[in-house]
Design a protein around this ligand. Sequence first.
Ligand SMILES: Cc1cc2nc3c(=O)[nH]c(=O)nc-3n(C[C@H](O)[C@H](O)[C@H](O)COP(=O)(O)OP(=O)(O)OC[C@H]3O[C@@H](n4cnc5c(N)ncnc54)[C@H](O)[C@@H]3O)c2cc1C
Length: 391
Amino acid sequence: MAPAPSCSRPTGPGGRARTTEREGSTLNLGAHALYRGGPGGRVLADLGIVPSGSPPPLARYRGSRDGELHQLPTGPASLLRTTLLGTRSKVRLARLLSGLPRMDPAALAGTSVRGWLDGLDLRPDAESVVLALLRLGTYCPDVDSFGADAAMTQLQSAASGGVLYLHGGWSQLTDALGAASEVRPSSPVRAIEPAAGRFEVRTDDGPIVAGQVVVAAGLPAAARALLPEPPEWADLGAPVTAVCLDLGVRRVPSPGYVLGIDAPLYATTQGPPARQAPEGQAVVGVLRYGARSAELDRPELDAQRRLCGVADDDVVFERFLASMTVAGSFPRAEAGGMRGRPMTADTGTPGIHLAGDWVGPHGLLADGALASGQDAGRRALRALEQTGRTV
Ligand SMILES: Cc1cc2nc3c(=O)[nH]c(=O)nc-3n(C[C@H](O)[C@H](O)[C@H](O)COP(=O)(O)OP(=O)(O)OC[C@H]3O[C@@H](n4cnc5c(N)ncnc54)[C@H](O)[C@@H]3O)c2cc1C
């Protein structure tokens, strides 16, 4: 295995959606999949941005249990074939999945994933498959607190539109979004101060005067640090974390896609299908849902890598990210699920708006960031129009 170079070049701004180039390959910050049927897709369409990429080959997905591989049920044919489930569980799961599009997530607001699953009365083999699919769609391993309304919405979104792996990585999106705005990547905001009916946004390059401000600082703590008044958010709980191993691989692995059924692990070949690696090579993302410590997590990632078909001497380069924040917080059942998240206006100061993957009633992950970003931007524009100002 070649030693990993310690530095890699970000191809542009983009926070956690940024892309890095390495030895002719493009790497997202951990495996990334764009949900086509979610609110984020609609925001991109409104902005005239058409994501270019390919869906992962679901027929090649395997589920790992006790170190053995089985067909992962991702549709009727694979459900019939899989050796992960007994016959009664297949029938039960088929009924559950076919009824999914007609279910009303709002009816589950305030119920945890655990409470929802208990009500379904699934056998253990079926429940472990549903939990693995939920981890895949939401990144959230904490079923006791996670709101079932959010989980169901995400399952519906995955089932209706599927996902895309993006050609060249997610910089495709951040470049398109950045092209429509002026970005100052090395000018951190230090404070936002109300001044004569407007705001002074203090940056290292000097102040910017603004009539309205959208704070999209990524994580709740970063946003809170910039707000002039302490916001009245309910307890947001812990962020959603993951451990990631991003790999350049000298040949396309087989099976290439392995979801842990008895452990919160996943390995996926992002490119191909996305154009992210030189011809004949591959970019593979391995991750564990929920970061603990590098000592505990790294061996599990290496084992999952091997299960997905990447041997030690297939690895051209690797990047180990011991603890990544995937989402600033997750919708908690006890706070009311999606409707319990802070809203874009919940900043304690009129004229300042919030955006992020932990904000607003719509969408998890990038879907939430895009939906709240659009809502915050529209509110700011409306307020400017009302005052007759342009900034
Ligand atoms: C490993 C991993 C896997 C993921 N997989 C998926 C996936 O498969 N599908 C999906 O939809 N989403 C996924 N996500 C989540 C997705 O990347 C995020 O939801 C999205 O990028 C959040 O965008 P954001 O703009 O709200 O926050 P960020 O991307 O965090 O951007 C916030 C930016 O604000 C900057 N900032 C903070 N404070 C200041 C300040 N004071 N001044 C100036 N700048 C500041 C930060 O540096 C950062 O650049 C994943 C995330 C990770 C980490």
